[in-house]
Design a protein around this ligand. Structure first.
Ligand code: KG4
Ligand code: ZN
Length: 335
């Protein structure tokens, strides 16, 4: 079965083709970052309008790129939620209508399930069960993954998502939006010893996170010091170190509690190299195996949607013709 995947939940248009035996055949991503950057955040209406402009030409180009025709698509998957309602509707209407016109089945995919299963796009994917650390702009979750559709959230953030904390701190340092990757880059020039950020919620039991305090801590330091280039780098470095240390402590706890031997890192913040290194060191210490998708499949993409769609279509699931999207859709409500 050859499945076309469409991702439009936020500010990236992603398109991919996944075949059940051959794996990923083609994918392309278009990022709207430049459109939203002047506003310091994603403007939902602009996101929807841009998906409308980009999606169909990208679908056509991606199909052509692997010398296929539309008639060789056996199913269409699109992101059904969670995400921005208008942006989701663009992909859902397009995907569902395309499937209708081609007379093939369609399936609406949970965006976070896409992130969770993105490591299956790589060689040597993990076996079930595994523990996943899902870290993106909207989510910070520890998830026990027992099989396709069998997810339980065992840790969550009480306030900001970790990517959101990266972005807000980056904004404070004048790094633009979204500034997670820029902050990580700046951190490399920082002195880790100059400032010490707290490790939120690590002094009490449990697997939940809280990141809004780190952002406030960064704001306070910024007020008390002249923001030279070096000071900015030092703040970035100490902030990132606190995030990584906190994640490592919580992952260690979750691995011990669940007895899991495999850890998957998913979501946009999974692109952070310091986080990867910290968790790699933990994995070696605990003698467990660490998995993460390649950098471009950590952030939003169509490949993960095509992959999940293919699994669910093969299992016989189908979307009916009445198109619906779920802007809010808790992962554990998914079957
Ligand atoms: O998964 P994603 O593309 O979109 C959501 O579903 O949220 O994640 C985007 C988030 C943004 O907050 C961005 O700043 C962050 O991932 N991010 C990073 C890095 N690359 C992207 N955060 C820290 N370090 C990075 N290298
Ligand atoms: Zn995402």
């Amino acid at each position: 079965m050859r499945v076309l995947g469409i991702e439009t939940s936020c500010d990236e248009t992603g398109v991919a083709i996944y075949e059940q035996n051959q794996g990923l055949l083609a994918h392309s991503i278009y990022s709207q970052t430049d459109i939203h950057a002047p506003f310091g955040g994603v403007v939902p209406e602009l996101a929807s309008r841009d998906h409308l402009q980009k999606a169909l030409p990208m679908i056509q180009a991606t199909i052509k790129q692997v010398r296929l025709t539309e008639k060789q698509i056996d199913g269409v998957a699109y992101t059904k939620g969670p995400g921005l309602a208008g942006a989701l509707l663009v992909g859902a209407m397009l995907g569902r209508s395309l499937a209708f016109a081609l007379n093939v089945p369609a399936i609406g995919v949970h965006h976070l399930e896409g992130h969770l299963l993105a490591p299956f796009l790589e060689e040597n994917p993990p076996a079930f069960p595994f523990l996943a650390l899902l870290v993106s702009g909207g989510h910070t979750e520890l998830v026990k993954v027992e099989g396709l559709g069998r997810y339980s959230i065992i840790g969550d953030t009480l306030d900001d998502a970790v990517g959101e904390a990266f972005d807000k701190t980056a904004k404070l340092l004048g790094l633009g939006y979204p500034g997670g990757a820029a902050l990580a880059q700046l951190a490399e020039q920082g002195d880790a010893k100059r400032f010490h950020f707290p490790r939120p919620m690590t002094d009490r039991p449990g697997l939940d996170f809280s990141f809004s305090g780190l952002k406030t801590f960064a704001a306070n330091i910024s007020r008390e010091h002249e923001l030279t280039a070096q000071t900015k780098a030092d703040i970035a470095c100490a902030f990132q170190e606190a995030v990584v240390a906190t994640m490592v402590i919580k992952c260690r706890r979750a691995l011990k509690e669940t007895g899991m031997k495999r850890l998957v890192i998913a979501g946009g913040v999974g692109a952070n190299l310091a986080l990867r290194a910290g968790l790699q060191a933990l994995a070696e210490k605990l003698d467990i195996k660490l998995y993460f998708p390649r950098l471009e499949f950590c952030t939003d993409n169509g490949a993960m949607i095509a992959y999940v769609g293919c699994q669910r279509l093969m299992a016989g699931e189908r979307e009916d013709l009445a198109v619906s999207v779920y802007p809010r859709w808790p992962l554990d409500e998914l079957r």
